[in-house]
Structures are given as C-alpha cells and as structure tokens.
Write a protein that binds this ligand. Structure first.
Ligand SMILES: Cc1cc2nc3c(=O)[nH]c(=O)nc-3n(C[C@H](O)[C@H](O)[C@H](O)COP(=O)(O)OP(=O)(O)OC[C@H]3O[C@@H](n4cnc5c(N)ncnc54)[C@H](O)[C@@H]3O)c2cc1C
Length: 366
C-alpha cells in the first residue's frame, strides 16, 4: 500500500476542470491521488481557438504534474470503486479515506500533452488547406468553431448542419437567434433540422448528403456533437444505485453522493440542476475542497464541522464568436457583439484558469 504519512487519503477520479482543481487545492492538506487516463488537464473551452491557432494550446493544455507538485498521478481509467478502494484498468488498487468522482464527459483524446498539441496542428492544417468546411452539430462547440474559422479565415465556406430546430439548444431562443444572425452575416450557412449519417462519413469524401436529401460540398468536416457522460463505468459498482436515469450521480447540497459521508461527486457528472459548464464545475471544486478540508480536520463523520452548501448557478452562458464578439445570456438579458466579447473572447479565460491552478497566466511555464 502507498505510504501516506498519517495523512488522509483523498482519491480524485477524473483530471478535468473540476477534479484537477480539487487535487491542486488539497495537495498540501491530504495525501492526494489523481486518477486520469490523460497526463494533462485541458481547458476545454480553449480547444476551438487552438484549432485555428495551435500555439494557443501551449497554455491551455497543462501537464498534471505542473500544478500537482505534491500528489500522486495515476494515468489510467478507473473501472471500479468499492467502499474503500478504486480499481483501475491497469490493475492498480488505490485506497481512499475520501473519494471525489469527477469523470465529466467521455472524450477520446490522446494520452500525452505532446500528442494533444500535435492534434491541434493537424486540425489547423486541415482547416488551412480546405476551401469549404462542414461542421456537424450546432451546439456551443460547433458554433464556437464556426466563429473561430470564419473570423481567422473569412474566405472559407463554412456550413453547419444541426439536428435541432435552432442553434445552441442549451440557452434561450434570443441567444440562438442572435448567434444565427451573426453567423449568417459572415456567410456561414446554417442548416437546421437536418442531420448527416455518421456511419457514412469518410475523410476522403467531398460531398455530403443531409437527412433532407440536400447535398453539401466540403473539403473536410469536424464533428461537434455532445459527448456522453463518463458514468457507464459506475453501473456495476457499489454506486450503481446512486445514478439517475440520465446516468448522473445524485448528490446532496454539500455535493456528497446522496447517503454517503466520504464520497463526493462534482462537475458535469452530477445531477445538480443547472447548465453543465466549466464555471459551475470550478465552483463545485471550490465547495468540495473546502468541505473536505473541514472533514479532514474534523473527523470522518464530522457532525460538528461546518460545510458549505452549493447553490446551483443561474442560467448564464457566454458563447464566443471569434476573437472579439460573443453572445451572452445573463438573467433577464441577452446581448451579443463586442461587449460580451470583452468578457470571454480574447483570452477565453485561459490566463484566469491558469492562475486559479497556481500557474503563470501568461506563459506555458509552470
Ligand atoms: C469544446 C468545449 C467547449 C466548452 N466551452 C465552455 C465554455 O465556454 N464555458 C464553460 O463554462 N464551459 C464550457 N464547456 C463545458 C466544460 O468544459 C465542462 O462543463 C467542464 O469541462 C466539466 O468539467 P468536469 O471536470 O466535470 O469534466 P471534464 O472536464 O469533462 O473532465 C472529466 C475528466 O475525467 C476523466 N475521466 C473520464 N472517465 C474517467 C475514468 N473512468 N477514470 C478516470 N478519469 C476519467 C477525463 O479524462 C477528464 O479528464 C465546454 C466544453 C467543451 C467540450
């Protein structure tokens, strides 16, 4: 068994937005182990900019070791969890006193930072060498990618095909309408209520047929579809009854798995009633780090210790549209253009997020 010098063992499963922040925050307070199949934490909302400007990813793809200087990193998938241990696909058995589950959404990304940076360079080459580009999916990822391409490469012909009746179905219709107007003013063609048969897609083809029988000419395509939650691995574990019908983990106000005293869940994987966003995931991480510190100091059952209660976020969202514009939905108001762009679109919160992780905001050096 790993030595833990009498410190409580906190195991965090998932090194994304939420899990990485908890690991960073607790590393000098507990014996921390982070389990993640990747060697790095990625600021996901910077990934579309990195496709048009690959050097942008130098600051937004961060090796776990850069911010987690005093913890264990296990580069593997968690495949099972018991009352006391986490089991990984490589056969590790990791004991815990406290467990934090933060496996968010399943994504097929490379294991190393170098490979991930190369992936952005390849995407960038694809964009540069294409005259016409098809984006499948008109959610935030597809819209932001279209914005990045059309601002940096205004001569490219971009088409978005989206299954739903409007873009950005996670926000209100006003935000969707303003986004559509902005994209159309930059000659992006948006085809709503249509889909592309993914089984028929190949990278060699140049002609794509939509479900309505329309034909789209494109030199390359990008899939920007919602990803499934990464909770299937919990379905045969002691936590199987703690998942709701959508595969989300049921949590209480302190972000503990309902009915558990020493297992927390945070980020997109939870059933907290709010829009699933990085900002919310960071707030979950802050609350749980504080609650874990209180529990570690106060003892496991911790009937006396003061824990924070998480308040679900209001339905706010900012979708960037290239480097200067954005659409923002804030309570009672939806605006688009330069003003919301000032909030997000320049640096995409990368400097701020790096600072939160204890890193230099301006360079990729730790
Ligand atoms: C392209 C894109 C753009 C976005 N833009 C924005 C934005 O502008 N603003 C915003 O607020 N939000 C944005 N989001 C949403 C935001 O990224 C998520 O809400 C946030 O990442 C959720 O954090 P999380 O820690 O719950 O999950 P994730 O960040 O998804 O992290 C999950 C982690 O778990 C790991 N994992 C998965 N399965 C296992 C397993 N079995 N064992 C161990 N580890 C596992 C993964 O490798 C990953 O590291 C965007 C998302 C994407 C994809």
């Amino acid at each position: 068994m790993e030595k833990h010098d009498g410190k409580k063992r906190v195991v965090i499963i998932g090194g994304g937005v939420a899990g990485s922040l908890v690991a960073k925050s607790l590393q000098f307070h507990a014996h921390v182990t982070l389990v993640d199949p990747k060697e790095y934490f990625e600021i996901t909302w910077a990934s579309l900019r990195s496709m048009v400007e690959p050097s942008f990813a130098e600051r937004s793809v961060i090796n776990h070791r850069d911010y987690l200087t005093n913890g264990n990193i296990v580069t593997s998938n968690a495949v099972n969890v018991t009352e006391t241990e986490v089991l990984t696909s490589d056969g590790d058995r990791i004991h815990y006193d406290y467990l934090v589950i933060a496996t968010g959404h399943a994504d097929d990304v490379p294991q190393s930072r170098r490979e991930r940076l190369n992936q952005f360079k390849e995407d960038n080459q694809k964009i540069k060498s294409a005259h016409s580009i098809l984006i499948v999916g008109g959610g935030p990822t597809g819209v932001e990618l279209a914005g990045e391409i059309t601002v940096d490469f205004p001569d490219k012909k971009v088409t978005i095909v989206h299954k739903g009746p409007r873009l950005l179905d996670f926000v209100g219709t006003k935000a969707a309408d303003k986004t559509l107007k902005w994209l159309e003013s930059r000659n992006v063609v948006v085809k709503l209520e249509q889909s592309i048969d993914l089984n028929e897609l190949t990278y060699e083809q140049k002609t794509y047929r939509t479900s309505n029988g329309e034909t789209i000419e494109a030199d390359c395509y990008f899939l920007c579809l919602g990803k499934p939650l990464a909770s299937a691995w919990l379905e045969e574990t002691v936590l199987k009854n703690d998942l709701d019908d959508l595969g989300r983990i049921k949590v209480d106000g302190k972000l503990r798995v309902v009915g558990r005293t020493n297992i927390f869940a945070i980020g997109d994987i939870t059933d907290v009633p709010e829009i699933k966003q990085g900002f919310a995931a960071q707030q979950h991480a802050i609350v749980v780090s504080k609650n874990l510190k209180a529990m570690i100091d106060g003892g496991r059952e911790c009937s006396q210790c003061r824990m924070d209660t998480y308040k679900p976020q209001l339905a706010m969202a900012v979708v960037s549209l290239g480097r200067k514009d954005a659409v923002a939905q804030i309570p009672f108001l939806t605006i688009s253009g330069r003003i919301p762009g000032l909030i997000k679109s320049g640096d995409l919160f990368v400097g701020r997020t790096r600072k939160q992780m204890g890193l230099n905001p301006d360079t990729s050096q730790a």
